[in-house]
Design a protein around this ligand. Structure first.
Ligand code: CR6
Length: 826
């Protein structure tokens, strides 16, 4: 039974905390508790928690100074942190004390937590993965920095108006961020533009100097990353931009004046907003500026921090490693080369050795539209010195290719870093990185044998897999307190820091009492979600119905369209056959679409239009409900995962590199309905095929079709009347009264009869029947309540592999080789 772990360093002083809250309200707002607004109460509580955190933060950093462990810099354009308060309280192991203290003050922790805006500095899985990794690094006791950008506006807020997505700016810093610390003493200067001049110094050495540039000051803001119950607090360092010098209004030099204005504007624009594209490269100049801005600042800081303690920059890699989260931070390679050569006077070979022993690259997608390829003109104009260095890296890399494959032009065409007027960031990352990893086994295999085949053949030793993971602290302990307590009551609380221990639950899968308890908890979580849906959407849903959930970014390859077409198909069946035996189902969607992604936005409109018709048709007696949850984000995701019965993971096989939502559902006892794609493959391997619903083409089949020019969906259209009917309803006004052409582009994407355009590139019609069959099996399975409970419990029990603690430990063992830090007892 429940075993208690002893908090290592945290003794949480309840009375001090209470006094601190009241004091904060007084000094921050000149108010009493009774007079304070909910937001002010949140701020006061957050500052009180920060107080407790800061002590550990200082102690950790002191210890790092003493022990000098090797440090990973996780370089990422995105950190999708969500809310900090609840998570910090949990990781301080102070939940009980904080709740009691607040209770005594007449305050409700849940209400207070709801006041905090999400730190939405990311788009989707890639950004959230970075956040989970930071949690695991601190919890496992590894020295780490997250390095990113302090966007003034994070991911936009989504409003649904008349069924359409409307993007509203997310002014997440309006009330201030209580957890952040501004560190102007670590500011760095970042230079853009100008030209490179060569100066010969007195020793006859050529020095490359950038001249005529504009510069920006990068100011770091530090956020604490609290490890669970170990007293460790790491740092997420996000950079803000400021103009270098204040405006010289008295400047007589027109050129100076002009430059001052430009620098001011550059600084203002650079960190203004997160690009809302997931898995898509837009090629915007400002985006490259953002990339170089935070990378230059982070690399400069890493080097100067190292040099404060060491004297030989040639051994930099012994103490520092850079992990590139996708290709977005790849300029780090050239920036490090620049600093080593231009500022520390290393030779090319010395600098190259350090760089290639420091940088490692993670690939997160095979989608070709996501590959970053910058036009040479833009790149060299913005980053002249960095571009020179990349040219030289490219020249030498091509020599290596020629050495291995003499006379093979084809190899050079396919592998060069600079080719066809473009700088290819993935090629640079692979050539300069000491490790290249994919994010799930299947994805890594596809990289090795398809997408990056040539690179794998040339440098097989660099390639490795690191299947993604998620933190159980946020996605079970915080998100689902009922289930968390239940798990702990059954198998103890080791799972909090050692998730594989959760497999002791297996023996309860067949226990009827446990099954009932489990289903009861799921029911209560469904009630909680139903309440949220009623409050936020005005739609009433029945918590006894099957909650069938697809929440993730809206993308054609993720096939929300397949899901909603299937709902249309079911609705047709029910209309034809009102008495048919049908288990009530609530289809829940949540998804943001990139602002310029037309088909994605129209899919949102379609989902809402189907919802309007279906939810309001008395003829089907409420058997189907469709809900589109507005503004899907980390904070409401926590409520959604806890309440799900069915986890929709229905991407076209081969397209979803890993997925991480799939793991969060599993941990919360939802059954996967999915394709053999990404990490679904490994999920099914852990829990068994019989406890999931697998359908559709395999990745090999998909790739095979693709290599042979696709497939012909018209055949399916012609031969399957049910599918044809659903498709016709896209263009006959069934869901767009008065505007039958509204969904024409969606229809065309599935069935373009023009022979020139490819149709159904995501195999929706091809997989439709198999999906519908799987959905039937879901219904049958759900009717067997005990059987369902058994499978659901087994999903929880078998989720151990998918903790980000495991993923991080693998990165440490195979790539980073960090030293574990233990804080001495206080
Ligand atoms: N969009 C993948 O598509 C993966 C995450 C994290 C993604 C997704 O399958 O789980 O990364 N890729 O590895 C990119 O963002 C490029 C994602 O979140």
């Amino acid at each position: 039974m429940a075993k208690k772990t002893v908090p290592v360093s945290v003794t949480f002083d309840k009375d001090l905390f209470k006094r601190s809250v009241l004091y904060n309200i007084k000094t921050l707002y000149r108010k009493t508790l009774e007079e304070a607004t909910p937001q002010q109460v949140f701020q006061a509580v957050a500052y009180a928690i920060k107080d407790a955190v800061v002590d550990n933060w200082m102690r950790t950093q002191e210890e790092y100074e003493k022990q000098d462990p090797k440090t990973v810099y996780y370089l990422s354009m995105e950190f999708l942190m969500g809310r900090a308060l609840g998570n910090n309280i949990i990781n301080l192991q102070a939940q009980k004390e904080v709740k009691e203290a607040l209770d005594e003050l007449g305050l409700d922790l849940n209400v207070i937590e709801d006041q905090e805006p999400d730190a939405a500095l990311g788009n989707g899985g890639l950004g959230r993965l970075a956040a989970c990794f930071l949690d695991s690094l601190a919890t496992l006791g590894y020295a780490a920095y997250g390095c990113g950008i302090r966007y003034r506006y994070g991911m936009f807020k989504q409003e649904i108006r008349d069924g359409y997505q409307v993007e509203v700016p997310d002014n997440w810093l309006v009330d201030g961020n209580p957890f952040e610390l501004r560190r102007p003493e670590y500011a760095k200067i970042v230079k853009f533009g100008g030209y490179v001049n060569v100066h010969i110094d007195e020793n006859g050495r050529s020095n490359f100097v950038q001249e005529g540039y504009q510069s920006v000051k990068a100011i770091p803001y530090d956020l604490p990353i609290v490890g669970y119950g170990n007293g460790i607090v790491n740092t997420l360092r996000i950079w803000d931009a400021e103009a270098v010098e204040c405006f010289q209004l008295d400047s007589f030099d027109k050129g100076d004046y002009q430059k001052a204005v430009e620098q001011e504007n550059l600084a203002r624009n650079i960190v203004e907003v997160l690009y809302p594209n997931d898995n898509h490269y837009a090629g915007k100049e400002l985006r490259l500026k953002q990339q170089y801005f935070f990378i230059s600042a982070s690399v400069q800081e890493a080097v100067s921090k190292y040099m404060r303690k060491h004297d030989d920059i040639r051994k930099f890699y012994e103490k520092v490693t850079f992990q590139l989260n996708d290709t977005h931070p790849t300029v780090a390679v050239a920036e490090l080369m620049r600093i080593l050569m231009d500022e520390y006077y290393l030779t090319w070979d010395e600098a190259w050795e350090v760089t290639t022993k420091t940088c490692a690259y993670t690939n997160h997608t095979i989608m070709s539209e996501a590959l970053e390829k910058w036009p040479i003109e833009l790149f060299s104009r913005l980053l002249p010195r960095v571009y020179q260095i990349i040219e030289e890296i490219n020249r030498r890399f091509i020599l290596k290719i020629q050495e291995m494959y003499p006379g093979n032009q084809e190899k050079i065409r396919k592998m060069a870093i600079i080719y066809d007027g473009q700088v290819k960031m993935a090629h640079l990352a692979i050539a300069a990185g000491y490790s290249v990893n994919g994010v799930a086994r299947l994805h890594t295999e596809i990289l090795k044998h398809q997408e990056l085949k040539d690179f794998y053949e040339m440098m097989p030793e660099k390639f490795n897999n690191k299947t993604n993971g998620i933190t159980q602290r946020r996605f079970l302990l915080h998100a689902n307190p009922l289930l968390a307590d239940w798990v702990t009551a059954h198998v103890g609380n080791d799972w909090i820091t050692d998730l594989p221990k959760i497999n002791k639950l297996k023996v309860f899968a067949d226990d009827e009492k446990s099954q009932q308890e489990f289903m009861n908890i799921k029911y209560q979580n469904k009630v909680r979600l139903a309440k949220y849906i009623l409050e936020h959407n005005g739609i009433e849903v029945d918590p006894r119905s099957i909650f069938d959930v697809q929440v993730k970014r809206l993308h054609e390859y993720k096939r929300q369209l397949l899901n909603i077409l299937h709902v249309m198909y079911l609705y047709n069946q029910l209309k034809d056959n009102p008495d048919m035996d049908f288990y009530p189902r609530t289809f829940i969607f949540g998804a943001k679409a990139a602002a310029g992604y037309y088909n994605a936005k129209m899919t949102i409109k379609l989902i809402n239009s189907v919802a309007d018709v279906v939810n309001n048709d008395p003829a089907i007696n409420g058997k189907i409900k469709v809900v589109f949850i507005e503004n899907y984000r980390v904070s409401n995701a926590e409520i959604i995962f806890a309440a799900a019965d069915v986890s929709e993971q229905i991407s076209t096989a081969s397209k979803e590199a890993s997925g991480t939502g799939n793991m969060k559902f599993m941990l919360n006892g939802a059954l996967t309905l999915g394709t053999m794609d990404g990490a679904n493959v490994e999920i099914v391997e852990e829990v068994g095929k019989e406890n999931a619903f697998i359908f559709g083409l395999s990745s090999d089949e998909v790739i095979n079709y693709e290599n042979n020019g696709g497939y012909d969906p018209t055949e399916i259209f012609n031969n399957d009347p049910d599918i044809r009917r659903v498709l016709m309803q896209l263009i006959n006004g069934t869901y767009a009264p008065g505007d039958p052409d509204r969904f024409r582009t969606l229809y065309n994407s599935l069935l373009n009869t023009l022979s020139t355009a490819k149709a159904d590139t995501y195999f929706i019609l091809k997989d439709f029947r198999s999906y519908a069959e799987a959905q039937k099996k879901v219904e049958a399975a759900y009717r067997d309540e005990k059987g369902w409970a058994r499978s659901a419990i087994l999903n929880v029990a078998c989720s151990g592999k998918f903790t980000s603690d495991r993923t991080i430990q693998e990165y440490v063992d195979d790539i980073w080789h960090l030293d574990k830090v233990v804080l001495p007892k206080k």
